[in-house]
Design a protein around this ligand. Structure first.
Ligand code: NPW
Ligand code: ADP
Ligand code: K
Length: 507
């Protein structure tokens, strides 16, 4: 387990910190070390002739900020300190006293503050547990209106360390230096507008202490390139053949939503799956053949509305012939019997889009638990709400854990920060993405890609949540790469499919 993958709550961080101190590390020494690393990072970013305002809170986040102030002062920066609190923790108070003795200007009143080019936010860290109100709230809003870059220490002051919720108000940082281990709140969607560019400052927390608190395999993890690479099962064995690289059945599309089937197929193509079969209504079969000549397109009888009415598989084939099924994009809700049929099969199954809407209509979510094989559900927030109206998705990590526990499925909640949970509550969070993906059809691409990876590796002793994580990461990285080359407006879903392979090339 690498540190970049580990995610902690404030209680876990406090326990880990407690072990370090109990082991003999002096608190002041650790603060000195951490703040030294932050100062070095700032020196590499901020030119020497700039003025830096340091915002100091009552706890050790404020203490970190004061050590940073002192170090930057010695490096020749113009520094001032703003400290509005009547009472400080002892160590913080000592650092303030020393900064004052060095002649660093210290202010308690907003009105007295000189201007500056950069702000360092050391108001609150993981010790913030209640709403910020009154003067302090007004102060934070005031600094947000200064048009300058803000570097937050540990996390933007005002964010809940675990949920990323704004507690009253919060600093809108342009950069966040997360200390030691990733705090869960920084990976939650609602924190996104506040954290800017986030990076981890690794201050050598012993792995042994982490393992004692989080277990050998932590439950909540951040997806990294390494996770993905291990799951993709590369390089291919030299003697492989097409049926050893998985056979995916996609069930998707309707006369109304033919494009969704093409996009799902192109997503699956990018996965490198050995065999791809795509069941669609008969009337759109020629269209699919023209876009995916390598796939076996199964034209099915259709309803009057142009949805699949009967899954007519080729002779000598039944659902168990496939390594995995991905079902849903573009089906319309007229394909209800098909969704019931795949749920009743014993094949590893991904349900997306109308597959989920039908599931919600059927009201048979608990029957998913009876499935003998893997089930993966990939709702966006609207679909999630239809499926799980009683689950509050404000804390997305808790929400996916609850949904996975209820269904026995691996649940992926889409959005700017995808969260994935297996029924045991093992969570992956996708830490990087791009709003360029917020366009119709990009979810269809994800379903196809995930289906293909699942079919390829399902019999290779991989964890299913790792497969889902790998697909999410790959999909997001495709979006990021495409947006870099084509701008955020240039990433339509078809274009996205063309960038997926490039992600692997660059890996
Ligand atoms: N973990 C590590 O290994 C290391 C951690 N380090 C650093 O320590 C930070 C955590 O420090 P921390 O525990 O002192 O808490 P912190 O976030 O500074 O603030 C809590 C203070 O705020 C107050 N307060 C709370 N809510 C309030 C409100 N709404 N309005 C007003 N006041 C409020 C509360 O006082 P209270 O009134 O509750 O007594 C308390 O005094 C951490 O983020 C990191 O930067 C590094 O130095 C070394 C390595
Ligand atoms: N703001 C955003 N930032 C990053 N990714 C996003 C954002 N909004 C949506 N996405 C991603 O785009 C995809 C959209 O999927 P979905 O809503 O199912 O679209 P569709 O059904 O039209 O294909 C998901 O992978 C989702 O995580
Ligand atoms: K902070």
């Amino acid at each position: 387990m690498i540190k970049e993958q580990i995610v902690v709550t404030s209680a876990q961080m406090r326990d880990i910190e407690g072990r370090i101190f109990a082991g003999g590390m002096p608190v002041a020494a650790l603060m000195e070390k951490v703040a030294g690393l932050i100062s070095n990072r700032l020196k590499s970013i901020i030119p020497k002739d700039r003025t830096i305002g340091i915002l100091v809170g009552p706890g050790h986040n404020g203490g970190d900020a004061l050590v940073v102030a002192r170090e930057l002062h010695f490096q020749g920066y113009q520094v001032w300190i703003y400290q509005p609190f009547p009472k400080l923790k002892e160590l913080t108070s000592q650092h303030l006293q020393y900064a004052q003795s060095l002649g660093i200007p210290c202010y308690q009143e907003l009105a007295e503050l000189p201007s500056c080019d950069f702000l360092i936010d050391g108001l609150f860290g993981f010790g913030l547990e209640r709403e910020i109100t009154g003067n302090i709230a007004a102060t934070i809003n005031h600094f947000n209106d200064w048009n300058c870059q803000i570097f937050s220490i540990d996390l933007p002051s005002g964010l809940h360390t675990d949920t990323g919720e704004v507690l009253g108000t919060a600093i809108r940082a342009t950069h966040t230096f997360c200390l030691g281990l990733w705090k869960q709140g920084l990976l939650q969607e609602q924190a996104l507008e506040y954290i800017g560019k986030a990076e981890l400052i690794d201050f050598d927390i012993p792995l042994a202490d982490i393992h004692v608190i989080l277990g050998e395999v932590p439950k909540i993890k951040r997806i990294t390139k390494t996770t993905v690479f291990n799951t993709l099962s590369l390089p291919l064995p030299p003697t492989t053949h097409k049926y050893k690289s998985g056979h995916l059945l996609l069930i998707c599309g309707s006369k109304r939503y033919a494009g969704g089937a093409i996009l799902t197929g192109l997503g699956a193509r990018a996965s490198g799956v050995g065999m791809l079969s795509i069941a669609v209504p008969e009337s759109i079969k020629p269209l699919l053949v023209s876009h995916l000549p390598e796939a076996l397109i199964i034209g099915c009888p259709e309803t009057e509305t142009g949805a699949i009415s009967d899954l007519q598989l080729p002779p000598k084939t039944d659902l168990s012939s496939f390594s995995a099924i991905a079902c849903g994009p573009g089906l319309t809700t007229d394909a209800t019997p098909i969704v019931e049929q795949v749920i009743n099969s014993e094949v590893p199954l991904i349900l997306d889009a109308d597959g989920l809407n039908i599931l919600a209509q059927l009201g048979t979510i608990p029957t998913l638990r009876k499935r003998q094989n893997t089930t993966i559900l990939t709702p966006h927030t609207g679909e999630f709400h239809r499926l799980f109206p009683d689950i509050n998705y404000q804390d997305r990590v808790k929400a996916v854990q609850t949904a996975a526990l209820q269904t026995g499925a691996v649940v992926l909640l889409k959005g700017a920060r995808i969260a994935i949970s297996n029924p045991e509550g093992v969570v992956w969070i996708n830490p990087e993405s791009t709003p360029a993906l917020a366009r119709g059809g990009s979810g269809d691409v994800l379903t196809g890609l995930m289906g293909g990876i699942l079919a390829r590796v399902v019999n290779k002793q991989v964890n299913i949540e790792d497969v889902v994580a790998a697909a999410s990461w790959w999909h997001s990285q495709g979006g990021i790469l495409a947006a870099k080359e084509r701008t955020e407006l240039g990433v339509d879903a078809f274009t996205l499919t063309q960038y997926l392979m490039r992600v692997l090339v660059d890996m």
